[in-house]
Design a protein around this ligand. Sequence first.
Ligand code: HEC
Ligand code: HEC
Length: 351
Amino acid sequence: MNAIFNMKQILISLVLLGFAAPVLAVPNGDLLYQDMCEACHGKNGQGGVGVPLSLPDFQRDASDEFLIKSIRNGRPGRVMPAFPYLSDAQLAALIKTIRGFVSEPAKPVKVPKAIQGDLKRGAKLYQQHCAACHGARGEGGKGTGVTFSRPRDAAIIATSLSNAAFQDASTDQMLWQALAYGRKGTPMPSYLEQGLSEQQISDMVAFVRTLKKKHAKPEAGEAMAPFIVSEAEGSINDVLESVKEAVIAANFKLIRVQKFEQGMVKEGSESPDKVIVYFCNFALLNKALALDPRIGLFLPCRLTLVKEGDKVSVFAMNPEAISESFNNEELDRICQQMRATYEAILEEVTL
Ligand code: HEC
Ligand code: HEC
């Protein structure tokens, strides 16, 4: 991906600027933004799937360091990807582009030098004032802001406050001023205007700091396995029969069995050693679809059987790996349940 972006960027730069040699040394922030950010954050940072970057209050709160960390590390578990491969020069260029989205950032605001809050009071205030939007544990707004059922100009999603990357990127001061002064143009209100005291705001900052999720998501490099695999003895037909039985026993309806290569090779010449079994539980399907329509991309349920030597491997997509990026706790629960069901089916088959 990195290589592709860079090549494209270099090629475009070369064409635009008439092959001037120094172009390669100075990254073009506008092009980087177009390539990597615009689809989510909007042409001029006005927002979309991603939160707006062009609002004066956001630009006031977001230091360069916050932007750099947010871009480099992304928000694992949320929709915001990480861009760990960007060079310092590329990041600087991107930030220049982002700063250019606003003609004037909001005026600097007064923030107490020492932010010391009372956790207990903060916890209470948080539940009272913040949980409705940011979630009881700071997990952020429901969904991702991209559910297909919502228009693109839907209300701006409340960011995840418990996200470890957000916690690492932000300072107490940044939290304090976001809380105290709000973000005009978004649903995030100013709590000074709402009548809370400076001390109460410090109390909430102290509490927000306790929300940081520890190891909630796999660290980079140890992402959740995308497949669950199991090996069974016997011919492909034997294993296929026991898969069918196990699927039905687990309350699914068998939809169809087809050769893996169907439609990919000439009819009749599909390998008999690779088959897919499609099945569905309509109650579960409707429940999952109601929670997030994107789940439809992965349905109906399927198991893939592949004969290798005298064994048959049975593959299932890991539903938890799918739900991981959707940030929807109810969906997570269904997918955990699905994973357990898949594992039970595989165990049944390989017994
Ligand atoms: C696939 C969509 C997507 C892409 C691509 C993307 N972002 Fe984001 N970005 C998001 C979402 C969604 C959030 C909000 C995170 C949350 O929900 O907690 C976000 C958050 C951010 C934040 C933090 C904002 C805040 O208020 O905390 C910054 C800064 C940011 N993105 C910059 C960028 C830049 C620069 C790029 C390109 C290099 C980029 N993003 C690419 C979706 C995206
Ligand atoms: C009505 C919904 C709503 C309420 C209530 C609310 N927020 Fe927000 N909050 C948001 C939205 C939406 C954003 C994203 C704004 C943006 O894109 O700049 C946000 C942004 C923030 C940010 C900046 C995060 C970032 O990534 O830049 C912090 C910190 C924050 N909220 C904390 C709180 C706390 C603590 C409370 C309770 C005192 C609270 N919010 C109440 C909706 C809300």
